[in-house]
Design a protein around this ligand. Structure first.
Ligand code: NAD
Length: 286
């Protein structure tokens, strides 16, 4: 999707950080925007901020929505379509972080992260995809994952690390499925961005219960002092989306770590080529 003026964006996690940055960039590009977030008072303030000195013809609305609740996302989608007519850009950006060893996190801890970080993205896609296909003007989906969606092994961060991998997998599928309908898909994989992500439990819905895991989760945030401004990430997202970039990276310094991961995979694939168990096995080509 290249021509953005007058098109409509729906952005989750829009009250803070990267979501707010995307909204600001979208408004700057002449788009109409629906800001969706679970935290009502902060959303109210963010909406005020964004509408304070809007360019002429800009149109920004807000809606309280819990992305982990399918019905809440469906309702928000209906309201957005009723308000703006057609939606073109879907940014499934809301996300939460929480630490804890795999066995230490209880069902509530796991379900909260799965519910927001993965199902939240899926709910957005299911609520809008048919609509975007039907209006036929094309569109784009940007799902927010993380470098933690491409680099595994974050000990003490199982729920976050694994849900972010799932978002990458889902986005790659969407990209293939959307092709014939003119719907692109990108996955945003930020490194450090200066946001409120480490205060995520502020928005944990009651139905997931209180956090059980006690492992401190400040350590991943260390070094965040040279983190990016979320407004820059917002601009980057729009620029990358217009070029239909699949993986939207914010920090090219991660190249060594990504290379190391792929070298590891190649080495293990080569090991399989030498393994005794596969000698002569049908389908193994040995
Ligand atoms: N900040 C970083 O360094 C960083 C790095 C990698 C990935 N990310 C990802 O970026 C995305 C945005 O996070 P951020 O860093 O801007 O943090 P943030 O906390 O500043 O913003 C997240 C927003 O999501 C909202 N939210 C939380 N739960 C929700 C729910 N159930 N329904 C709807 N909205 C909900 C919050 O109210 C908040 O406004 C997340 O998916 C996060 O995992 C952030």
């Amino acid at each position: 999707m290249k021509d953005l003026a007058g098109k409509v964006a729906f952005v989750t996690g829009a009250a803070s950080g990267i979501g707010l940055g995307i909204c600001r960039a979208a408004v700057g590009a002449g788009m109409k925007v629906m800001m969706a977030d679970i935290e009502a008072p902060v959303l109210e303030r963010a909406h005020e901020l964004l509408t304070h000195d809007l360019p002429r013809n800009a149109d920004v609305a807000k809606i309280v929505c819990d992305v982990s609740d399918k019905k809440s996302v469906e309702d928000a989608a209906q309201e957005t379509i009723a308000r703006f007519g057609r939606v073109h850009l879907l940014c499934n950006n809301a996300g939460v972080s929480s630490g804890g060893l795999v066995e230490e996190c209880d069902e509530g801890d796991w379900n909260w992260l799965i519910g927001v970080n993965y199902l939240g993205v899926l709910h957005g896609c299911q609520a809008f995809l048919r609509h975007i296909k039907d209006h036929g003007e094309g569109g784009h989906i940007v799902n927010t994952s993380s470098m933690a969606g491409l680099l595994g092994g974050m000990a003490g961060w199982g729920p976050y690390n694994s849900t972010k991998f799932a978002v990458v997998g889902l986005t790659e599928v969407l990209r293939q499925e959307g092709k014939e309908h003119g719907i692109g898909a990108s996955v945003l994989c930020p490194g450090g961005v200066a946001t409120n992500i480490f205060d995520a439990p502020r928005n944990r819905p009651d139905r997931f219960g209180a956090q059980v895991s006690e492992t401190a989760y400040g350590n991943v945030g260390e070094g965040i002092e040279d983190a990016l401004n979320p407004d820059i990430v917002g601009k980057l997202v729009l620029e990358a989306m217009q070029s239909n970039i699949l993986y939207i990276f914010t920090d090219p310094r991660f190249i060594r770590l990504l290379q190391r991961r792929h070298e590891h995979m190649m080495a293990d694939l080569n090991w399989a080529g030498e393994s005794e168990a596969l000698v002569g096995a049908p389908g193994s080509n040995r």
